[in-house]
Design a protein around this ligand. Structure first.
Ligand code: HEM
Length: 120
């Protein structure tokens, strides 16, 4: 169910998006990444990424947390990410197939990630 985006503002952290809408924000020149439930617009970083723009475009629209973790990124990366943070995924899109809240929702992964409690 795409509703147009953003759904509404979140006073603490930014805007709230549906997963499907995030998935649509990707083309050869545009990329929104998900890391846990946080949404990042890395469009202006594509050409600057030391690992190349292709890997970012490949991950666009889905959760890139694992890929980010798999590559030996420095802690500077987390700092850089803050510049591209635009909001988070709606809690309805954080449920697993049985309709239960997933871990990312329960632990407020977005806030933890941005504060540094979740590691790369
Ligand atoms: C928006 C998220 C990302 C940011 C801000 C970012 C940032 C960086 C930075 C700063 C480096 C230089 C090394 C370092 O200081 O860590 C780097 C290297 C690299 N990144 Fe990323 N990265 C992101 C996502 C990804 C993803 C999702 C992948 C893979 C799927 C990836 C693959 C790589 C690779 C392979 C290198 C190594 C390049 C080399 O040493 O030749 N990155 N990235």
């Amino acid at each position: 169910m795409a509703t147009g985006f953003p759904l509404y503002g979140n006073k603490e952290s930014g805007l709230v998006f549906m997963l499907e809408d995030v998935g649509k924000q990707n083309s050869s020149h545009k990329a929104w990444l998900l890391i846990h439930k946080c949404v990042y617009n890395v469009t202006c970083f594509l050409e600057e990424h030391p690992g190349g723009e292709e890997v970012l475009l490949e991950q666009a629209g889905r959760d890139a947390a694992e890929s980010l973790h798999d590559v030996d990124h420095s802690t500077d990366t987390r700092e850089m990410l803050k510049h591209y943070y635009i909001g988070e995924i709606h809690s309805d899109d954080c449920k697993n197939k049985k309709g239960q809240r997933s871990k990312c929702e329960r632990v407020h992964a977005c806030n933890m990630w941005n504060s540094g409690s979740l590691h790369l």
